[in-house]
Design a protein around this ligand. Sequence first.
Ligand SMILES: [Zn+2]
Length: 124
Amino acid sequence: MPRKTKSSPEIEGALVIDADTKTLEQYYAGARLESPMGGFLEPIGVRPTEEGGGIALFECTSSSLRFVLEIPKASRGDREKVKKQMDDGEDPYCPRHGPLSRLHRMGDQLTCPRCGVPFRRAPR
Ligand SMILES: [Zn+2]
């Protein structure tokens, strides 16, 4: 059984999905994740974490249990890709999800709507 989270009321009691490379790749590719309880994990939302990463929240289609996937914070390479997009005059997008996920301004950061991860400070 996966360990439980305890950080915020919204995700309290949710079970943590093992964020291995394969699971993250599936998530970034937009694939449906299989639930450890059978069925699939239906995405509910994402939020940034205090550590600069993201958390994706899911509900299992068969058990209705909630699961969270912890998404690693932006790497130096991720930030540089976003900077290059901006330097090229492009509307910046998530270096993991690709051009279909444009970064949104959240506070003073440009954040992926699907990772919850802030990738760069928003231009003034
Ligand atoms: Zn993303």
